[in-house]
Design a protein around this ligand. Sequence first.
Ligand code: DGL
Length: 230
Amino acid sequence: MKIGIFDSGIGGLTVLKELLKYKNEYYYYGDNINIPYGTKTKHELQILASKIIEFLISKNVDMIIIACGTISSNIYEYLKNKYDIPIYDIISPTLNYLKDKSYYTFATPMTCRSKIFNNAIECPLLVPLIENGKNVTDALKEYLNKIPTNSNLVLGCTHYPILTHEILNIRPDLNLINMGKILGESLNLNSNKLKIRLYFSKVDINLLDNINKIIKYDYQLEELCLNCQK
Ligand code: DGL
């Protein structure tokens, strides 16, 4: 299967990482020049995501995965109605998994405001800090103080699984819920061929460092700015 997958930046790589267990051929787009998506308007998100989906369709993918909580929670219906290709969002399988469970959520401002998750806490500082390779400890501690002991904590933004070790160092009592893992299990798309093509709107050393921390397989990387002003 050829699978298109996208996010505002490196966050969706945490979803790709989970999907790689099943092999397949991936076309990943990370719009890192336009991060953060989490504070953009729905209209802005519609324009950005449409450009990316049309690019992925031009690569003849069989399906598209929205590896971004912000796009999934705000404009999934809009995108599904606009395009004929099968499109999967990152949040629905997790909501299904959570059904009767109680939980807290860390997410971007726009995801929290969509009200898709219960007990959602806005964490606006995390995505810019992660993308820029900066220290997240102080911000994390402040957000984690709001979570009661022994809670389920949904990582409602796909960037946050990058912080798994750091979160558990500060709060070993928490049960972290990774949306990419749950999506991978729900799709279960097994194949015997693995190929990874990554496209980012801005490529630099910091990005390479981030990618190599998450993806341990060979990949092709290209700089391609779909949402830049010409
Ligand atoms: N990974 C995106 C998400 O899941 C981050 C959005 C952003 O760029 O703020 O929401």
